[in-house]
Design a protein around this ligand. Structure first.
Ligand code: DGL
Length: 250
């Protein structure tokens, strides 16, 4: 059975694993770094080091190829990891670009500070001269999700400030360029006062991979047990899975 490694800074990548599991039966090994989340805003050196910790851990399972679920890691360490491990790494950002090709008009990219500062999406999407891309670092959302505070009123206030430009300019397409945001997609949709296309790259990714097996086997490794991991993992993953914590504290 094909063994696919999927990793992210924390819980967010489970939105990618969820979509993959729906359409592609395989053996999955997911690593979420709930101990060191957030990754957004960290230095490239740190992100390289963290990604090596993760991939070294996953390599024990004879992984055939990797999906870098995290946008922040995708824009900073993809080439580094390919060079170091000589393996296939699929960054979610490439799939996100392909997903965007289906849409026309203006785009709002919501991502971490690191993703936004890389201007990966702006540079690539604006190769199409008819496209204008606005970028907003929605930095406060990840912590609230990882702290299990996604029903906090503060979350709505932050969302309102991040989508203000979308409302003003009636931006047709909103790219969820961070794996954590699909977890609060319904809230983002509710705060908009018009209908926009909300693009979740994970759905496009899962449509692009071929189902490799008749069996689905999901192994989840989280570097720390937290209230949010306990609460959200069963809600996010609707398939049988084995969950392991590297550090047992709540
Ligand atoms: N979920 C990650 C991403 O897709 C990063 C969130 C964070 O840890 O700051 O960019």
């Amino acid at each position: 059975m094909t063994r696919i490694g999927v990793f992210d800074s924390g819980l967010g990548g489970l939105t990618v694993l969820r979509e993959l599991a729906k359409t592609n039966k395989s053996q999955y090994f997911y690593f979420g770094d709930s101990l060191r989340v957030p990754y957004g805003g960290r230095s490239e050196e740190e992100l390289r080091r963290f990604s090596v910790d993760i991939v070294d851990f996953l390599e024990k399972f004879s992984i055939d190829y990797y999906v870098i679920a995290c946008n922040t890691l995708s824009v900073t360490v993809t080439d580094f990891l390919r060079e170091k491990y000589k393996k296939k790494f699929i960054p979610i950002t490439d799939l996100a670009l392909r997903a965007c090709e289906k849409y026309q008009g203006k785009f709002l990219v919501l991502g971490t500070e690191t993703t936004v500062n890389s201007h990966f999406y702006k540079k690539n999407l604006e190769k199409n001269p008819n496209t204008t891309v606005y970028e907003v670092a929605a930095s406060k959302l990840v912590d609230l999700i990882e702290d299990d505070k996604k029903d906090d009123e503060k979350l709505n206030e932050y969302i309102d400030s991040y989508i203000k430009i979308a409302k003003e300019k009636k931006i047709e397409n909103i790219l969820l360029a961070c794996t954590h945001y699909p977890i609060i997609r319904d809230k983002i949709e509710r705060r908009l006062d018009y209908k926009a296309n909300i693009i979740d790259p994970a759905i496009f990714l899962s449509e692009s991979l071929e189902s490799a097996s008749d069996n689905l086997d999901i192994n989840i490794f989280m570097s720390k047990k937290t209230p949010a991991t306990e609460n959200l993992i069963p809600k996010l993953i609707d398939f049988p899975y084995k969950l392991n914590y590297l550090k047992e504290n709540l």
